[in-house]
Write a protein that binds this ligand. Structure first.
Ligand SMILES: [Mg+2]
Length: 282
């Protein structure tokens, strides 16, 4: 018991934000050490934040369970699509939207607003299929003629994922919103990392200040940069986009922890293995 609390008190943070892809899993494969790490932080408040707006939080929770993790509460999973919906509802109650992107995005937005192809307050561009000539035409007319605001779920230029069963590079939210920016001259409000809004919606869910939080991610240019801008503690884990030994980009400060695996992070943080936590709690 004593040990357990000693460790908890020595931590400089009281909550954790975790990226998902490249930290916990690649596709349907768990990353080494991720399950042990999740068990070791079970007693620390935490949420998952992902720029991926394609799947609903409940689908992400199902995926984690399918991979072998303990199923997180859906409220702990804050996707760029979900954060967009929450943020829009804070701007305008019962907003009307025109969305371009995957089904999950439409469903997230419909939790707090109504799809309205004629009188949308917001044109929301996310990832996934759905963008075509007709959608761009409708979107830019809503913006230029009716004053709808342009919203981008996430600024990624491209993403690594599966397309029709094969690993592929696919256009990210930043690429898909580009035609709307060019045609309207309007800059979008962007929700995902490294912009602040996804983190802020996560902090509201945690009821924490940024300086009380540790952000764990695999990408210096999104996960780490965005968290540094908000004064969070940061841990770069080199199991995803960024390989061990790779040099950090110039504009990114050295993260508080820079490790090759979640095992290494667990040791550096002095977090007890899950088995020890269970034994001291008896
Ligand atoms: Mg990632």
């Amino acid at each position: 018991m004593k040990n357990h609390f000693q460790h908890e008190h020595s931590l400089k943070f009281s909550a954790i934000l975790l990226d998902m892809d490249g930290i916990l899993f690649h596709g349907m494969n768990p990353i080494d050490g991720a399950m042990e790490f999740m068990l070791a932080i079970e007693h620390i408040p935490h949420v998952f934040i992902t720029n991926n707006p394609i799947r609903l939080p409940e689908a992400m929770a199902d995926k984690m369970e399918e991979i072998g993790f303990k199923r997180p509460d859906e409220k702990q999973i804050i996707t760029a699509g979900e954060a967009t919906a929450v943020w829009l509802a804070q701007q305008k109650k019962n907003y009307r939207f025109f969305a371009i992107g995957a089904n999950g995005l439409h469903k997230s937005l419909a939790k707090y607003g109504t799809e309205d192809l004629e009188k949308a307050d917001y044109v929301v561009v996310g990832e996934g299929e759905g963008i075509d000539y007709a959608a761009i035409t409708r979107g830019i007319n809503l913006i230029i003629k009716q004053g709808a605001k342009l919203i981008s779920t996430n600024p990624d230029t491209s993403v690594d994922a599966f397309y029709k069963g094969k690993r592929a590079i696919m256009p990210g939210g930043g690429a898909l919103v580009a035609p709307f920016i060019v045609a309207t001259g309007q800059q979008p409000v962007t929700i995902g990392k490294p912009e602040a809004l996804l983190y802020k919606i996560a902090l509201q869910a945690l009821n924490k200040k940024p300086e009380d939080c540790l952000m764990i991610g695999d990408r210096p240019d999104t996960d780490i940069l965005g968290a540094q801008k908000l004064n969070m503690l940061t841990a770069l884990v080199r199991t995803g986009r960024f390989a061990p030994g790779e040099i950090l980009p110039d504009h990114i400060s050295v993260p508080d922890w820079d490790v090759d695996s979640l095992q290494e992070l667990q040791t550096s943080l002095g977090l007890l293995p899950a088995a020890d936590i269970k034994s001291v709690q008896i």
